[in-house]
Design a protein around this ligand. Structure first.
Ligand SMILES: Cc1cc2nc3c(=O)[nH]c(=O)nc-3n(C[C@H](O)[C@H](O)[C@H](O)COP(=O)(O)O)c2cc1C
Length: 499
Protein backbone atom coordinates (compact mmCIF):
# COMPACT_ATOMS: atom_id res chain seq x y z
CA UNK A 1 0.00 0.00 0.00
CA UNK A 2 1.30 3.44 -0.95
CA UNK A 3 2.42 5.65 1.91
CA UNK A 4 1.39 9.28 1.36
CA UNK A 5 2.61 11.03 4.51
CA UNK A 6 5.43 11.06 7.01
CA UNK A 7 2.93 10.33 9.82
CA UNK A 8 1.77 7.18 7.99
CA UNK A 9 5.37 6.04 7.53
CA UNK A 10 6.09 6.58 11.23
CA UNK A 11 3.00 4.61 12.20
CA UNK A 12 4.10 1.73 9.90
CA UNK A 13 7.54 1.77 11.52
CA UNK A 14 5.88 1.71 14.94
CA UNK A 15 3.74 -1.31 13.97
CA UNK A 16 6.85 -3.09 12.68
CA UNK A 17 8.69 -2.55 15.99
CA UNK A 18 11.16 -0.23 14.22
CA UNK A 19 10.48 2.91 16.26
CA UNK A 20 11.17 4.22 19.74
CA UNK A 21 9.33 7.26 21.09
CA UNK A 22 11.44 9.38 23.41
CA UNK A 23 8.93 10.97 25.77
CA UNK A 24 11.19 12.92 28.11
CA UNK A 25 12.36 16.42 27.15
CA UNK A 26 15.58 16.44 25.12
CA UNK A 27 17.48 19.56 24.11
CA UNK A 28 17.95 20.28 20.40
CA UNK A 29 21.25 21.84 21.42
CA UNK A 30 23.66 18.85 21.00
CA UNK A 31 21.72 16.44 23.29
CA UNK A 32 19.42 15.09 20.58
CA UNK A 33 22.42 14.52 18.29
CA UNK A 34 24.35 12.60 20.94
CA UNK A 35 21.36 10.31 21.54
CA UNK A 36 20.72 9.79 17.82
CA UNK A 37 24.44 9.14 17.16
CA UNK A 38 24.58 6.41 19.81
CA UNK A 39 21.46 4.79 18.34
CA UNK A 40 22.73 4.99 14.74
CA UNK A 41 25.95 3.27 15.82
CA UNK A 42 24.00 0.26 17.14
CA UNK A 43 24.27 -2.92 15.02
CA UNK A 44 22.25 -2.56 11.81
CA UNK A 45 21.61 1.15 12.39
CA UNK A 46 19.44 1.08 15.56
CA UNK A 47 15.77 2.11 15.67
CA UNK A 48 14.00 5.15 14.25
CA UNK A 49 13.33 7.76 16.93
CA UNK A 50 10.57 10.28 17.56
CA UNK A 51 11.46 12.91 20.14
CA UNK A 52 8.11 14.02 21.50
CA UNK A 53 9.36 16.92 23.63
CA UNK A 54 12.31 18.60 21.95
CA UNK A 55 13.55 21.66 23.82
CA UNK A 56 14.28 24.67 21.62
CA UNK A 57 17.44 26.77 21.79
CA UNK A 58 15.71 29.34 24.06
CA UNK A 59 14.83 26.62 26.59
CA UNK A 60 11.13 26.44 25.73
CA UNK A 61 9.34 23.31 24.56
CA UNK A 62 8.92 22.83 20.82
CA UNK A 63 5.34 22.58 19.60
CA UNK A 64 6.50 19.96 17.09
CA UNK A 65 8.04 16.51 17.59
CA UNK A 66 11.27 15.58 15.75
CA UNK A 67 11.67 12.28 13.87
CA UNK A 68 15.15 10.98 13.10
CA UNK A 69 16.84 7.82 11.75
CA UNK A 70 13.65 6.91 9.86
CA UNK A 71 15.65 5.58 6.89
CA UNK A 72 18.61 4.35 8.97
CA UNK A 73 18.57 0.57 8.46
CA UNK A 74 18.32 -1.77 5.46
CA UNK A 75 14.82 -2.77 6.54
CA UNK A 76 13.50 0.76 7.04
CA UNK A 77 15.11 1.99 3.81
CA UNK A 78 13.33 -0.83 1.95
CA UNK A 79 10.05 -0.15 3.80
CA UNK A 80 10.27 3.52 2.81
CA UNK A 81 10.28 2.51 -0.85
CA UNK A 82 7.68 -0.23 -0.40
CA UNK A 83 10.04 -3.12 -1.32
CA UNK A 84 11.49 -6.15 0.42
CA UNK A 85 14.96 -5.53 -0.99
CA UNK A 86 16.45 -2.42 -2.63
CA UNK A 87 17.54 -4.51 -5.63
CA UNK A 88 13.84 -4.83 -6.53
CA UNK A 89 13.85 -1.18 -7.56
CA UNK A 90 16.95 -1.77 -9.70
CA UNK A 91 15.21 -4.75 -11.30
CA UNK A 92 12.19 -2.57 -12.18
CA UNK A 93 14.48 -0.03 -13.80
CA UNK A 94 16.32 -2.78 -15.73
CA UNK A 95 12.96 -4.05 -16.99
CA UNK A 96 12.01 -0.61 -18.22
CA UNK A 97 15.38 -0.07 -19.89
CA UNK A 98 15.24 -3.44 -21.60
CA UNK A 99 11.72 -2.94 -22.90
CA UNK A 100 11.89 -4.43 -26.40
CA UNK A 101 8.96 -4.00 -28.77
CA UNK A 102 7.54 -7.52 -29.15
CA UNK A 103 6.40 -8.85 -32.53
CA UNK A 104 2.73 -9.12 -33.50
CA UNK A 105 -0.29 -7.16 -32.36
CA UNK A 106 -0.88 -9.32 -29.24
CA UNK A 107 2.76 -8.90 -28.20
CA UNK A 108 2.55 -5.16 -28.75
CA UNK A 109 -0.64 -4.96 -26.72
CA UNK A 110 1.16 -6.69 -23.84
CA UNK A 111 3.37 -3.61 -23.58
CA UNK A 112 0.40 -1.36 -22.86
CA UNK A 113 0.13 -1.96 -19.10
CA UNK A 114 3.79 -1.04 -18.69
CA UNK A 115 3.42 2.13 -20.76
CA UNK A 116 0.25 3.05 -18.91
CA UNK A 117 2.09 2.56 -15.63
CA UNK A 118 4.75 5.02 -16.83
CA UNK A 119 2.01 7.57 -17.52
CA UNK A 120 0.93 7.39 -13.85
CA UNK A 121 4.18 8.74 -12.47
CA UNK A 122 4.25 12.50 -13.23
CA UNK A 123 3.35 14.66 -10.22
CA UNK A 124 -0.15 16.14 -10.20
CA UNK A 125 -0.98 19.64 -9.08
CA UNK A 126 -3.94 19.54 -6.74
CA UNK A 127 -6.38 22.37 -6.34
CA UNK A 128 -8.23 23.16 -3.13
CA UNK A 129 -6.81 23.34 0.39
CA UNK A 130 -3.78 21.06 0.75
CA UNK A 131 -2.75 19.49 4.05
CA UNK A 132 0.66 21.20 3.88
CA UNK A 133 -1.07 24.60 4.10
CA UNK A 134 -3.51 23.93 6.92
CA UNK A 135 -1.58 26.49 8.97
CA UNK A 136 0.17 29.44 7.32
CA UNK A 137 2.62 31.83 8.99
CA UNK A 138 3.28 35.00 7.03
CA UNK A 139 4.69 38.46 7.69
CA UNK A 140 5.54 38.99 11.36
CA UNK A 141 4.38 35.45 12.20
CA UNK A 142 7.35 33.95 10.35
CA UNK A 143 9.80 32.82 13.01
CA UNK A 144 12.32 30.05 12.43
CA UNK A 145 13.17 30.08 16.16
CA UNK A 146 9.88 28.23 16.70
CA UNK A 147 10.92 25.29 14.52
CA UNK A 148 12.95 22.46 16.08
CA UNK A 149 16.21 23.04 14.23
CA UNK A 150 19.14 21.05 15.59
CA UNK A 151 22.59 22.13 16.64
CA UNK A 152 24.37 18.85 16.00
CA UNK A 153 28.05 19.13 17.01
CA UNK A 154 29.85 21.50 19.40
CA UNK A 155 31.70 23.52 16.73
CA UNK A 156 28.74 23.82 14.35
CA UNK A 157 28.07 27.39 13.18
CA UNK A 158 24.42 27.26 14.21
CA UNK A 159 21.20 25.28 14.21
CA UNK A 160 20.33 23.34 11.07
CA UNK A 161 17.60 21.92 8.89
CA UNK A 162 19.13 18.55 7.98
CA UNK A 163 16.50 16.56 6.04
CA UNK A 164 14.96 18.98 3.55
CA UNK A 165 13.61 18.74 0.04
CA UNK A 166 14.94 21.97 -1.50
CA UNK A 167 12.79 22.87 -4.50
CA UNK A 168 14.08 25.15 -7.26
CA UNK A 169 13.43 25.60 -10.98
CA UNK A 170 15.81 25.78 -13.91
CA UNK A 171 15.03 29.23 -15.32
CA UNK A 172 15.96 28.19 -18.88
CA UNK A 173 14.17 24.88 -19.24
CA UNK A 174 11.57 25.21 -16.51
CA UNK A 175 12.53 21.82 -15.05
CA UNK A 176 12.13 21.42 -11.30
CA UNK A 177 14.90 20.16 -9.04
CA UNK A 178 14.55 18.74 -5.55
CA UNK A 179 17.81 18.42 -3.61
CA UNK A 180 18.79 17.53 -0.08
CA UNK A 181 21.14 20.27 1.13
CA UNK A 182 21.68 21.21 4.77
CA UNK A 183 20.50 24.70 5.68
CA UNK A 184 21.80 26.81 8.59
CA UNK A 185 19.62 29.28 10.44
CA UNK A 186 21.12 32.77 10.36
CA UNK A 187 18.19 34.73 11.81
CA UNK A 188 14.46 34.65 12.57
CA UNK A 189 13.63 34.79 8.88
CA UNK A 190 16.93 33.94 7.20
CA UNK A 191 18.87 30.80 6.32
CA UNK A 192 22.16 29.93 4.59
CA UNK A 193 21.74 27.37 1.78
CA UNK A 194 24.59 24.87 1.60
CA UNK A 195 24.20 23.60 -1.96
CA UNK A 196 27.63 22.59 -3.15
CA UNK A 197 28.90 23.86 -6.49
CA UNK A 198 28.44 20.49 -8.25
CA UNK A 199 24.76 20.25 -7.33
CA UNK A 200 21.73 21.15 -9.41
CA UNK A 201 20.28 23.73 -6.98
CA UNK A 202 23.59 25.61 -7.14
CA UNK A 203 23.50 25.53 -10.96
CA UNK A 204 20.00 27.04 -10.93
CA UNK A 205 21.19 29.73 -8.57
CA UNK A 206 24.18 30.60 -10.83
CA UNK A 207 21.74 30.92 -13.77
CA UNK A 208 19.46 33.21 -11.79
CA UNK A 209 22.43 35.27 -10.59
CA UNK A 210 23.59 35.72 -14.21
CA UNK A 211 20.13 36.97 -15.11
CA UNK A 212 20.10 39.18 -12.01
CA UNK A 213 16.70 37.78 -11.04
CA UNK A 214 15.39 36.86 -7.59
CA UNK A 215 15.27 33.11 -7.16
CA UNK A 216 12.25 31.46 -5.55
CA UNK A 217 13.17 28.57 -3.21
CA UNK A 218 10.94 26.26 -1.19
CA UNK A 219 12.13 23.92 1.53
CA UNK A 220 9.70 21.07 2.13
CA UNK A 221 10.01 18.83 5.19
CA UNK A 222 8.24 15.50 5.51
CA UNK A 223 6.13 13.94 2.73
CA UNK A 224 5.72 10.50 1.22
CA UNK A 225 9.00 8.65 1.96
CA UNK A 226 10.04 8.14 -1.71
CA UNK A 227 9.92 11.92 -2.23
CA UNK A 228 12.05 12.45 0.88
CA UNK A 229 14.60 9.91 -0.38
CA UNK A 230 14.55 11.22 -3.96
CA UNK A 231 15.89 14.61 -2.83
CA UNK A 232 19.17 12.80 -2.05
CA UNK A 233 19.32 10.87 -5.34
CA UNK A 234 21.88 12.09 -7.91
CA UNK A 235 19.46 12.29 -10.83
CA UNK A 236 20.47 14.13 -14.00
CA UNK A 237 19.37 17.81 -13.97
CA UNK A 238 16.73 17.03 -16.60
CA UNK A 239 14.82 14.64 -14.34
CA UNK A 240 12.32 16.02 -11.82
CA UNK A 241 12.80 14.18 -8.49
CA UNK A 242 9.02 14.19 -7.89
CA UNK A 243 8.59 12.25 -11.14
CA UNK A 244 11.20 9.77 -9.93
CA UNK A 245 9.43 9.55 -6.56
CA UNK A 246 6.20 8.80 -8.46
CA UNK A 247 7.98 5.95 -10.23
CA UNK A 248 9.31 4.62 -6.92
CA UNK A 249 5.93 4.71 -5.18
CA UNK A 250 3.95 3.70 -8.30
CA UNK A 251 1.63 6.66 -7.80
CA UNK A 252 1.95 10.37 -8.57
CA UNK A 253 3.19 12.81 -5.96
CA UNK A 254 0.51 15.44 -5.19
CA UNK A 255 1.75 19.00 -5.45
CA UNK A 256 0.20 22.33 -4.69
CA UNK A 257 1.08 25.94 -5.46
CA UNK A 258 3.22 27.62 -2.82
CA UNK A 259 1.56 30.54 -1.04
CA UNK A 260 4.20 33.23 -1.63
CA UNK A 261 6.43 31.74 -4.39
CA UNK A 262 6.01 30.69 -7.96
CA UNK A 263 6.86 27.05 -7.22
CA UNK A 264 4.94 23.86 -6.53
CA UNK A 265 5.43 21.99 -3.27
CA UNK A 266 4.25 18.61 -1.91
CA UNK A 267 0.60 18.83 -0.87
CA UNK A 268 1.25 16.29 1.89
CA UNK A 269 4.38 17.94 3.33
CA UNK A 270 4.56 18.46 7.09
CA UNK A 271 6.22 21.87 6.68
CA UNK A 272 7.10 24.11 3.75
CA UNK A 273 9.45 27.05 4.23
CA UNK A 274 8.94 29.43 1.30
CA UNK A 275 11.36 32.14 0.36
CA UNK A 276 13.75 33.66 -2.13
CA UNK A 277 17.43 34.33 -2.74
CA UNK A 278 18.46 37.74 -4.02
CA UNK A 279 21.58 37.32 -6.18
CA UNK A 280 22.43 41.01 -5.65
CA UNK A 281 22.96 40.32 -1.93
CA UNK A 282 26.37 39.28 -0.57
CA UNK A 283 26.86 35.65 0.38
CA UNK A 284 26.78 34.75 4.07
CA UNK A 285 28.94 32.52 6.25
CA UNK A 286 27.68 28.95 6.56
CA UNK A 287 29.32 26.42 8.88
CA UNK A 288 31.47 25.01 10.27
CA UNK A 289 29.42 21.81 10.29
CA UNK A 290 30.21 18.35 11.66
CA UNK A 291 29.91 16.52 8.36
CA UNK A 292 29.43 12.99 7.02
CA UNK A 293 33.18 12.69 6.49
CA UNK A 294 33.48 12.47 10.29
CA UNK A 295 35.35 15.81 10.23
CA UNK A 296 34.07 19.36 10.39
CA UNK A 297 33.58 21.04 7.04
CA UNK A 298 34.97 24.55 7.31
CA UNK A 299 32.86 27.69 7.22
CA UNK A 300 32.39 29.12 3.73
CA UNK A 301 30.19 31.57 1.85
CA UNK A 302 26.74 30.51 0.61
CA UNK A 303 23.57 32.30 -0.53
CA UNK A 304 21.08 33.62 1.99
CA UNK A 305 17.41 32.60 1.84
CA UNK A 306 14.80 35.13 2.98
CA UNK A 307 11.75 33.33 4.34
CA UNK A 308 8.41 34.74 3.16
CA UNK A 309 6.07 32.10 4.64
CA UNK A 310 6.07 28.91 6.68
CA UNK A 311 3.16 26.58 6.03
CA UNK A 312 2.40 23.32 7.83
CA UNK A 313 -0.06 20.54 8.55
CA UNK A 314 -2.22 20.78 11.65
CA UNK A 315 -0.10 18.22 13.54
CA UNK A 316 3.21 18.18 11.72
CA UNK A 317 6.31 16.13 12.50
CA UNK A 318 9.71 17.69 11.86
CA UNK A 319 12.04 15.23 10.06
CA UNK A 320 15.77 15.42 10.75
CA UNK A 321 18.96 13.48 10.38
CA UNK A 322 22.47 13.90 11.66
CA UNK A 323 25.76 13.21 9.94
CA UNK A 324 29.15 12.56 11.51
CA UNK A 325 31.64 9.75 11.81
CA UNK A 326 30.26 6.84 9.72
CA UNK A 327 28.14 4.78 9.77
CA UNK A 328 25.14 7.10 10.07
CA UNK A 329 21.64 7.24 8.57
CA UNK A 330 22.98 8.68 5.31
CA UNK A 331 24.80 5.39 4.61
CA UNK A 332 21.41 3.71 4.06
CA UNK A 333 20.11 6.54 1.86
CA UNK A 334 23.32 6.36 -0.19
CA UNK A 335 23.12 2.59 -0.29
CA UNK A 336 19.63 2.81 -1.81
CA UNK A 337 21.06 5.12 -4.47
CA UNK A 338 23.89 2.65 -5.12
CA UNK A 339 21.44 -0.21 -5.71
CA UNK A 340 18.89 1.80 -7.70
CA UNK A 341 21.47 3.37 -10.00
CA UNK A 342 23.35 0.16 -10.87
CA UNK A 343 21.19 -0.55 -13.98
CA UNK A 344 21.68 3.03 -15.16
CA UNK A 345 25.47 2.73 -14.83
CA UNK A 346 25.34 -0.56 -16.72
CA UNK A 347 23.49 1.16 -19.54
CA UNK A 348 26.60 3.10 -20.53
CA UNK A 349 29.27 0.82 -18.99
CA UNK A 350 27.84 -2.64 -19.73
CA UNK A 351 30.81 -4.62 -18.40
CA UNK A 352 30.01 -3.48 -14.85
CA UNK A 353 28.68 -6.41 -12.83
CA UNK A 354 28.32 -4.64 -9.49
CA UNK A 355 29.73 -1.78 -7.43
CA UNK A 356 29.80 -0.77 -3.79
CA UNK A 357 30.66 2.25 -1.72
CA UNK A 358 31.54 1.04 1.81
CA UNK A 359 30.42 3.19 4.75
CA UNK A 360 34.00 4.14 5.71
CA UNK A 361 34.52 5.54 2.21
CA UNK A 362 31.59 7.99 2.68
CA UNK A 363 30.56 7.51 -0.97
CA UNK A 364 33.09 9.67 -2.77
CA UNK A 365 36.29 8.37 -1.15
CA UNK A 366 36.13 4.72 -2.22
CA UNK A 367 34.26 2.78 -4.88
CA UNK A 368 34.78 -0.94 -5.58
CA UNK A 369 33.66 -2.02 -9.05
CA UNK A 370 33.50 -5.54 -10.46
CA UNK A 371 33.64 -6.00 -14.24
CA UNK A 372 33.45 -8.81 -16.79
CA UNK A 373 36.88 -8.19 -18.30
CA UNK A 374 37.21 -9.29 -21.89
CA UNK A 375 40.07 -7.26 -23.33
CA UNK A 376 43.26 -5.51 -22.24
CA UNK A 377 42.92 -2.10 -20.66
CA UNK A 378 39.24 -2.59 -19.83
CA UNK A 379 39.68 -1.74 -16.14
CA UNK A 380 41.07 1.67 -17.20
CA UNK A 381 38.21 2.15 -19.65
CA UNK A 382 35.76 1.57 -16.78
CA UNK A 383 37.61 3.97 -14.45
CA UNK A 384 37.60 6.71 -17.09
CA UNK A 385 33.91 6.14 -17.82
CA UNK A 386 33.00 6.31 -14.12
CA UNK A 387 35.02 9.49 -13.63
CA UNK A 388 32.97 10.96 -16.45
CA UNK A 389 29.53 10.18 -14.93
CA UNK A 390 27.63 12.73 -12.83
CA UNK A 391 28.61 12.71 -9.17
CA UNK A 392 30.76 9.59 -9.74
CA UNK A 393 33.23 12.14 -11.20
CA UNK A 394 33.99 13.06 -7.57
CA UNK A 395 35.14 9.53 -6.63
CA UNK A 396 38.62 9.72 -5.10
CA UNK A 397 39.70 6.05 -5.20
CA UNK A 398 38.27 3.54 -7.70
CA UNK A 399 39.23 -0.12 -7.39
CA UNK A 400 38.32 -2.43 -10.28
CA UNK A 401 38.15 -6.19 -9.69
CA UNK A 402 36.98 -9.18 -11.73
CA UNK A 403 33.31 -10.18 -12.06
CA UNK A 404 33.38 -13.01 -9.52
CA UNK A 405 34.45 -10.82 -6.60
CA UNK A 406 31.61 -9.85 -4.27
CA UNK A 407 32.28 -6.11 -3.98
CA UNK A 408 29.43 -5.76 -1.50
CA UNK A 409 31.67 -7.61 0.95
CA UNK A 410 34.54 -5.11 1.40
CA UNK A 411 36.67 -7.74 3.20
CA UNK A 412 36.54 -9.95 0.13
CA UNK A 413 37.10 -7.00 -2.22
CA UNK A 414 40.20 -5.84 -0.29
CA UNK A 415 41.54 -9.42 -0.06
CA UNK A 416 41.42 -9.90 -3.82
CA UNK A 417 42.45 -6.36 -4.75
CA UNK A 418 45.55 -6.33 -2.57
CA UNK A 419 46.61 -9.76 -3.87
CA UNK A 420 46.14 -8.75 -7.50
CA UNK A 421 48.12 -5.54 -7.71
CA UNK A 422 51.67 -4.63 -8.51
CA UNK A 423 51.27 -1.14 -7.10
CA UNK A 424 53.54 0.68 -9.53
CA UNK A 425 52.13 -1.09 -12.57
CA UNK A 426 48.45 -1.11 -11.59
CA UNK A 427 47.89 2.29 -9.98
CA UNK A 428 46.99 5.31 -12.08
CA UNK A 429 46.64 8.89 -10.93
CA UNK A 430 44.46 11.35 -12.71
CA UNK A 431 43.08 14.81 -11.95
CA UNK A 432 39.53 16.02 -11.66
CA UNK A 433 36.86 17.71 -9.60
CA UNK A 434 36.78 16.71 -5.93
CA UNK A 435 33.92 16.70 -3.48
CA UNK A 436 33.43 20.02 -1.67
CA UNK A 437 33.87 18.09 1.60
CA UNK A 438 37.32 16.71 0.71
CA UNK A 439 39.65 18.53 3.09
CA UNK A 440 42.90 17.00 1.82
CA UNK A 441 42.86 17.84 -1.90
CA UNK A 442 45.48 20.37 -3.06
CA UNK A 443 42.81 22.92 -3.84
CA UNK A 444 39.15 23.39 -3.01
CA UNK A 445 37.18 20.88 -5.17
CA UNK A 446 40.21 20.07 -7.37
CA UNK A 447 42.69 17.27 -6.92
CA UNK A 448 44.04 13.88 -7.84
CA UNK A 449 42.29 10.53 -8.05
CA UNK A 450 43.62 7.02 -7.78
CA UNK A 451 42.49 4.10 -9.93
CA UNK A 452 43.64 0.58 -9.05
CA UNK A 453 43.40 -2.14 -11.68
CA UNK A 454 42.99 -5.21 -9.46
CA UNK A 455 41.71 -7.46 -12.25
CA UNK A 456 43.58 -10.53 -13.51
CA UNK A 457 46.25 -9.26 -15.90
CA UNK A 458 46.39 -10.33 -19.54
CA UNK A 459 49.50 -11.06 -21.66
CA UNK A 460 48.76 -7.96 -23.79
CA UNK A 461 49.00 -5.95 -20.58
CA UNK A 462 52.60 -7.16 -20.24
CA UNK A 463 51.89 -9.96 -17.79
CA UNK A 464 53.77 -13.07 -18.89
CA UNK A 465 53.86 -15.05 -15.64
CA UNK A 466 51.31 -17.70 -14.76
CA UNK A 467 48.25 -16.35 -12.84
CA UNK A 468 47.23 -18.62 -9.95
CA UNK A 469 43.71 -19.82 -9.19
CA UNK A 470 41.87 -19.08 -5.95
CA UNK A 471 42.03 -21.89 -3.39
CA UNK A 472 38.86 -23.90 -3.24
CA UNK A 473 37.99 -27.37 -1.99
CA UNK A 474 36.79 -29.88 -4.60
CA UNK A 475 33.06 -30.63 -4.76
CA UNK A 476 33.31 -34.31 -3.77
CA UNK A 477 35.10 -33.48 -0.51
CA UNK A 478 32.64 -30.68 0.20
CA UNK A 479 29.71 -33.06 -0.27
CA UNK A 480 31.28 -35.64 2.08
CA UNK A 481 31.84 -32.99 4.75
CA UNK A 482 28.32 -31.59 4.22
CA UNK A 483 26.95 -35.04 5.01
CA UNK A 484 28.86 -35.40 8.29
CA UNK A 485 28.70 -31.71 9.29
CA UNK A 486 25.62 -31.91 11.56
CA UNK A 487 27.28 -34.70 13.57
CA UNK A 488 30.42 -32.61 14.22
CA UNK A 489 28.75 -30.17 16.59
CA UNK A 490 30.31 -27.16 14.79
CA UNK A 491 28.71 -23.85 13.80
CA UNK A 492 27.96 -23.15 10.11
CA UNK A 493 30.71 -21.14 8.38
CA UNK A 494 30.23 -18.89 5.37
CA UNK A 495 31.92 -20.04 2.16
CA UNK A 496 34.16 -18.04 -0.16
CA UNK A 497 32.83 -16.77 -3.49
CA UNK A 498 33.91 -18.90 -6.42
CA UNK A 499 36.09 -17.44 -9.19
C1 LIG B 1 21.71 13.64 4.87
C2 LIG B 1 22.27 14.27 3.63
C3 LIG B 1 22.77 15.55 3.67
C4 LIG B 1 23.29 16.16 2.53
N1 LIG B 1 23.76 17.44 2.60
C5 LIG B 1 24.19 18.05 1.49
C6 LIG B 1 24.57 19.42 1.52
O1 LIG B 1 24.57 20.06 2.55
N2 LIG B 1 24.98 20.00 0.36
C7 LIG B 1 25.01 19.31 -0.82
O2 LIG B 1 25.34 19.90 -1.85
N3 LIG B 1 24.67 18.01 -0.88
C8 LIG B 1 24.24 17.37 0.24
N4 LIG B 1 23.87 16.06 0.20
C9 LIG B 1 24.00 15.31 -1.06
C10 LIG B 1 22.90 15.66 -2.03
O3 LIG B 1 21.64 15.51 -1.43
C11 LIG B 1 22.97 14.77 -3.26
O4 LIG B 1 24.20 15.00 -3.90
C12 LIG B 1 21.83 15.00 -4.23
O5 LIG B 1 22.02 14.20 -5.37
C13 LIG B 1 21.75 16.44 -4.63
O6 LIG B 1 20.67 16.64 -5.49
P1 LIG B 1 20.88 17.33 -6.90
O7 LIG B 1 21.67 16.33 -7.72
O8 LIG B 1 19.49 17.49 -7.40
O9 LIG B 1 21.60 18.60 -6.68
C14 LIG B 1 23.34 15.44 1.32
C15 LIG B 1 22.84 14.13 1.27
C16 LIG B 1 22.31 13.54 2.41
C17 LIG B 1 21.77 12.14 2.33
Amino acid sequence: MTIDTLAEFISRLDDAGELVRVRRPVSLDLELCEIADRVMKQPGGGKALVFEQPILMDGSRSAFPVAINLFGSMRRMSMSLGVESLDEVGARITELLEMKVPKGIIGKLSLLPKLLELGKFPPRVRHGAPASQEIVWRGDDVNLDKLPLIKCWPEDGGAYITFPMVITRDPKRGIRNVGMYRIMQTGKTTLAMHWQRHKVGAAHWREMAERGERMPVCIALGADPPSMYSASAPLPPTVDEFLFAGFLRRAPVSLTKAVTCDLEVPAEADFVIEGYIDPAEPLVTEGPFGDHTGFYSLADLYPQVHVTAITMRRSPIFPATIVGRPPMEDFYLGHATERIFLPLLKLTIPEIVDYHMPAEGIFHNLVFVSIKKEYPGQAYKVMNALWGQGLMSLAKVLIVVDHWVNVRDPQEAWWVALNNIDPQRDARFTMGPMDVLDHSSRAFTYGSKLGLDATKKLPEEGFTREWPGVIEMDDATKRRVDAIWPSLGLEAKPGVTKP
